[in-house]
Design a protein around this ligand. Structure first.
Ligand SMILES: Cc1cc2nc3c(=O)[nH]c(=O)nc-3n(C[C@H](O)[C@H](O)[C@H](O)COP(=O)(O)O)c2cc1C
Length: 172
């Protein structure tokens, strides 16, 4: 139940206080990623943590100018070093592994009183240039992290359970 309530408290934070994130809290967030599952336990994720103000401004530009990317005291580039591995099911494991680790981070952030926002709207070549990320590494997503400014949304929109779950057979 505690996990579900933290999940429900998480929301995309798009305004941040100037206050920096304590190293211990940042470490806990990254530790949550480290314990995520991954295909064949490859742990193919790599995280580049940007805290330098000028670097964050350049990441904001690479993220289509989304202002809160420059405002957040921490921006994490979430990468895979195994972009080509395809599982038997036909899906690439790299982006999936990274996404799971990121979700762990977003939930640990809630636990630490911090907020996050996934950023998929970015130019990968620009992010790689800013952070010196080599080929063949792929940047899957960026994650902003910091103390939220403002208040959480009163409610979050989600489709009802019946529209997304069926039991024993496909019934949609
Ligand atoms: C893969 C992914 C990419 C996203 N990219 C962006 C983004 O570039 N900018 C942004 O403001 N929000 C982005 N979001 C946040 C979503 O808009 C948000 O999660 C969704 O509207 C649900 O709201 P909630 O996170 O508050 O529950 C992204 C979320 C995901 C999962």
């Amino acid at each position: 139940m505690a996990v579900l309530s933290q999940i429900m408290r998480r929301y995309s934070v798009r305004a941040y206080q100037a206050r920096s994130v304590e190293p211990e809290k940042l470490k806990n967030v990254l530790e949550a990623a480290r314990w995520a599952p991954s295909a064949r336990n490859m742990q193919d994720w790599r995280f580049v943590v940007a805290q330098d103000a000028e670097t964050r401004q350049r990441l904001m530009a690479a993220a289509n100018g989304q202002p809160f990317v420059g405002q957040a005291p921490v921006v994490i580039a979430c990468c895979t070093i195994q972009p080509d591995y395809v599982m038997r099911c036909g899906q690439p494991s790299g982006p999936i592994d990274v996404a799971i680790a990121m979700d762990h981070m977003t939930l640990q952030a809630v636990e630490e009183g911090l907020g996050t926002c996934w950023i998929g709207s970015f130019y990968e070549d620009q992010v790689k240039a800013v952070l010196n990320i080599p080929d063949p590494v792929r940047v899957i997503e960026l994650l902003t992290l910091g103390y939220p400014a403002g208040t959480p949304p009163a409610s979050k929109k989600r489709e009802p359970m019946d529209g997304m779950v069926s039991y024993e057979t496909w019934r949609f």
